[in-house]
Design a protein around this ligand. Structure first.
Ligand SMILES: C[S@@+](CC[C@H](N)C(=O)[O-])C[C@H]1O[C@@H](n2cnc3c(N)ncnc32)[C@H](O)[C@@H]1O
Length: 509
């Protein structure tokens, strides 16, 4: 049910004519499904040729595609992390954040991880992505999505923004605040989304958004970019929040960006007189200036483009980015390398299991330099958390004192004198990066059995492919792939593949 108060407010905002267009978009049956191809795990053209159901590109996301009559979430490619099913307008904020390899980026309100995984694909494994979620259960989902999509350079945290702003003051070049909001943009997609809506909640969200934004501002470097977004329509949480932020942070300004695919300007006229007068009574000139800048914010309307609706604003902090300073400063210090015994056990695993450039390989004082035979590398610092080994960029902030869900690429577990690789490592690697590999076609019964946790027999009648290398007498860790894309581990011995697909992820097809 769409709340009556919501409808009345929207009529006041939009006027009769546009309101009719807006509200009719709630009645029509057209719902927009889209997915985003994960370029960390596959070649876009190659995967596109296999996803016969995908249609037009999402105008503001080069890797986003609309689809109909398909259930991509229920296909082995989903478990292999080849794409993320994401609502089309939700892909817009990252387009305007413009993430690049090598940057230090914060995604402050990140679960379940649509935008984090989008940012990561543009960073291409280079730089540091701190991704945070305040709610622990949701942070776990975020962490699983980071794992599924084969991301190696993310520090996944479960913190509140106030604590983060103390630790990471002036550290990031880019920050995304995809704020918790009243979710009016979900009303079309989900019939029950309106049940918890109230005007009081809209106002409470606006208060929380201002607090989160103010904490985010402290963490941005001068010259850095901050994108604020919501999936709601109320001006309280959008234009007025942007206005308040500009008024209270005079060292920030909005920037003009190209409006693609039917994206429109924010609606300055939605700012109520009562709201404006409160600020004008403090400083009229500044209030006028802020109101002018709000027009640079952006709206995605469900009656104007193919998406459920979003709001966003791109801010910059005055000044210019000083990369040198940023490169040397590591909040909380650096992580401590793992003990030599643990590193040695991992080294044995690498040499037995992975395919890499032996000439340039080096592992010394907890640092590894390992150019894999595919396009990726395992370069960085190896550190230990309990009995778990992780690989992180050399300058990833220390995990000490933070509630960490995942600190870089989880390599696996050190068990006495042997190493057990993690699921995250399997999803990061490609078939080219390992000595032993078994491929199952994505439409085969075998891949279903594997994802269901069953032990696999190595027989000649298992459909083989160019990637299949496991033989009856093979021994050791084998990367399981589906149509050539990594999906998990198995251990070969005695003509069998012992299943190491994680118990919690197993699927009963
Ligand atoms: C709109 S959702 C984020 C969606 C996510 N960016 C994505 O693309 O998948 C907002 C998230 O902010 C979280 N949140 C709520 N209060 C927060 C706070 N004070 N600090 C950080 N995150 C918060 C919510 O739990 C929720 O998961």
């Amino acid at each position: 049910m769409i709340p009556v108060d919501f409808k009345e407010r929207m009529k006041l905002y939009l006027g009769e004519k546009e309101y009719d267009e807006f509200i009719s978009s709630f009645d029509n049956d057209e719902r927009y499904n889209s997915l985003r191809i994960n370029t960390l795990k596959c070649d876009k053209a190659d995967l596109k040729s296999k996803l016969l159901y995908i249609e037009k590109e999402v105008p503001w996301e080069a890797n986003g595609y609309y689809y109909e009559n398909a259930q991509p979430g229920k296909h082995p490619y989903h478990e292999a992390g080849l794409y993320y099913v994401q609502e089309p307008s939700a892909m817009a904020p990252v387009h305007f954040l413009d993430p690049r390899p090598g940057e230090k980026i914060l995604d402050l309100c990140a679960a379940p991880g649509g935008k984090t995984t989008q940012i990561a694909s543009y960073m291409d494994g280079e730089g540091i992505l701190v991704t945070n979620e305040i709610n622990r259960d949701r942070a776990k989902i975020l962490s699983l999505n980071v794992e599924r999509l084969g991301i190696k350079n993310a520090l996944v945290l479960n913190e509140d923004s106030a604590h983060l702003s103390e630790v990471f003051e002036g550290y990031f070049e880019k920050i995304l605040v995809d704020a918790p909001c009243s979710g009016e943009g979900m009303f079309r997609k989900n019939d029950n989304a309106g049940d918890e809506w109230s005007l009081d909640n809209v106002r409470a969200c606006a208060v929380r958004q201002k607090e989160i934004l103010s904490n985010a501002a402290k963490m941005l470097l001068p010259g850095g970019r901050l994108v604020y977004s919501t999936c709601t329509f109320s001006a309280d949480e959008n234009e007025e929040t942007v206005f308040d932020f500009l008024f209270n942070n005079p060292d920030f300004h909005t920037i003009q960006v190209a409006k693609v695919g039917g994206i429109e300007s924010g609606r300055v006229e939605f700012i109520s007189d009562e709201f404006f007068d409160k600020y004008a009574s403090i400083d009229k000139e500044r209030a006028e200036k802020c109101r002018g800048e709000v027009s640079e914010s952006l709206r995605l309307w469900p009656h104007k483009l193919k998406g459920e609706g979003h709001f966003l604003c791109v801010f910059e902090r005055d000044g210019s980015l000083s990369r040198e300073k940023n490169n040397t400063y590591v909040p909380g210090g650096k992580n401590i390398p793992a003990k030599p015994e643990a590193v040695r056990i991992f080294e044995v695993f690498v040499k037995e299991t992975l395919a890499f450039d032996k000439k340039s390989f080096e592992i010394k004082r907890g640092r590894i330099f390992c150019k894999l035979s595919g396009k990726k590398n395992l370069n960085g610092l190896i550190y230990m958390f309990g009995d778990q080994l992780y690989l992180c960029p050399e300058d990833m902030p220390s995990v000490n004192g933070l509630k960490v869900m995942r600190g870089g690429l989880h390599l696996g577990t050190v068990k006495k004198d042997r190493f057990e690789p993690s699921h995250a490592l399997a999803l990061f690697l490609t078939a080219d990066d390992v000595c032993l590999n078994k491929d199952y076609a994505s439409d085969s019964l075998e891949i279903k059995s594997y994802l269901n946790g069953q032990t696999m027999k190595i027989t000649d009648d298992i459909p083989d492919s160019a990637y299949g290398q496991v033989k009856k007498d093979s021994k050791g860790w084998a990367l399981i792939t589906t149509d050539g894309y990594s999906i998990g581990w198995a251990k070969a011995a005695g003509g069998m593949l012992k299943n190491h697909y994680p118990k919690g992820l197993r699927i009963n097809y």
